[in-house]
Write a protein that binds this ligand. Sequence first.
Ligand code: COA
Ligand code: AMP
Length: 632
Amino acid sequence: MTSRYDEVYRRWQRAPLEHWAEAAEAVTWFKRWDRLLDDSRAPFYRWFVGAEVNSCYNALDRHVEAGHGAQAALIYDSPVTRTVRKLSYAELQKEVATAAGMLKALGVEKGDRVILYMPMVPETAVAMLACARIGAIHSVVFGGFAPRELATRIDDAKPKLMIAASCGIEPGRVIAYKPLLDGAIELARHKPQACILLQRPMEEAELIKGRDHDWHELMAKARPADVVPVAATDPLYVLYTSGTTGKPKGVVRDNGGHLVALSWSMPNIYGVAPGECWWAASDVGWVVGHSYIVYGPLFHRTQSILFEGKPVGTPDAGVYWRVIAEHGCVAMFTAPTAFRAIKREDPNGVLVQNHDLARFRTLFLAGERADPDTVKWAEDKLKRPVIDHWWQTESGWPMAANCVGLGQLPVKYGSPTKAVPGYDIRVVDEACRELASGRTGAIVVKLPLPPGSLPTLWQNDQGFLDSYMTDSPGFYKTADAGYQDADGYLYVMSRTDDIINVAGHRLSTGAMEEVLSGHPDVAECAVIGVADPLKGQVPLGFAVLKAGVNRPPGEIVGELVARVRQEIGPVAAFRTCTLVARLPKTRSGKILRGTMRRIADAQDYAMPATIDDPAILPEIESALRAVGYARK
Ligand code: COA
Ligand code: AMP
């Protein structure tokens, strides 16, 4: 099949509004828009202004009304609890309507925020859709974050209600969520009116009288709630993501643009048809989970797998193949780190042979740079196209991809291929001058961003301007760096800020530095991301102690590691920290993190012209060698 990509991209360039008006036909609107794009307050763009819609109705009710109620909607596959549970569109609609009634009974109304702190169970998707049904705004917080991170989000979103499970399950251990929830509420200045607890049999939580309610008890007496029409521009959810400070950014997603963009992406990017089975092996706490476990597949009436497990160890490195075969999955999406984990356990792909993958067509990778070795390994073992694609929490859906649904373009290893129709991607220098192909610079996107991308940050228009719109006026700053080749293929190489990518999870080293510098013995510190064969990157800390501190170094390092785990969470994977006498700096006092990273990764480095004292670098090198990094 020859690809229609170029034709569709050019057509979008010529007539973007027509492109989106056509895409909007996939959505059931209660009232159509007055204006497709309102650019009167640029760079605050608004899509489908005047339209009324409901995301839950588009995900569930309309499919049931059209006679597809019996089709599987969600397939909960949980090797950690040995459960497989299928919910049809009709069953999910009934459960979501009841949950919406439960929320209403607790006083939740359109525009109220509800924070979810939940593991990968169907009730998480039910709660999200229940919020959408009544126009409440959900904010899901990933379970691997610690109470302090949850508290920050509570204070920013000011939820009326919180929904949590009693526990999550990690391989070999049960993690009680209730103490984390209680700890977060105690730390937060804002106090939610009520909490709903989903009791899981592996670890039941004690409820606080007057504040906490039992999910099952409330559901048993709740009356189903109707769909509430909302404005296309009303927020559907807020999802917090790491920014360059300890304070996460609340990315806002609207209803209308999100519906249109995700509905377009399912057939055109992922090449998946209604009724087919699709699997995004991520977590609902991340944007991939929002867009491609819950909303995208349900808008498009596919079967979506919700997987509670890991690529290895639940029970082995063959679990992905078992799930694909058992449910007849046609395409899956995960992060390269998951494939590196599988490759490490089963390098020859022996376990792939045990399963019938006849229906499986495509593997999609995103969340971090897809290293060519991993892509080639997956291609070789699966004998299927392996498609890297690039996006962010902010965009909500792919910005660069090989749009398989439009006909696959040739794969170039190390590249997520080309700009998706809707995105005009450029590479620029510090003065925002466009760079020639092959030259590395900041990756920016010409405004307006397409439907589905963030319209602003939660109650923080100024933060939106400062973070994304100021450095390159007229463009959105992705904070990624890379280049485009002469064929227009994009190569995303690194971040331009302090964000690192740990096992596909986006984390701020700045936030970790804030935690380290809070230790009473630490005078100053730095955290950098160093290369890791499994997780892509892991954080590594340096601390300079205050004069006169003479406690055992191992004890202090242990406290620093524990502190990051307690304050940010296990997801940060902060395990290594080294004590040094001083940090390398420029003459103006800026810590030379880039040089430290190159030394740690055993790469060549040039002595920075601005370095204050070159003699510090050998000290750093030997400190790094002592913890297993730098040239041996
Ligand atoms: N609740 C509580 N703790 C959690 C958690 C959750 N939802 N998710 C992860 N954690 C904990 C883990 O138990 C682990 O704790 P530990 O330090 O005590 O071992 C820590 O956070 C780090 O977890 P993780 O990043 O999952 O690393 P891992 O070493 O357990 O597993 C992989 C490595 C590669 C197998 C795993 O990261 C993975 O499956 N990644 C898939 C990619 C993905 O989901 N990406 C999301 C974007 S698409
Ligand atoms: P998140 O917001 O958590 O989805 O993280 C987004 C960031 O992950 C991007 O800004 C990139 O730095 C990185 N990323 C995501 N996908 C890719 C990819 N395909 N190639 C390179 N980097 C990626």
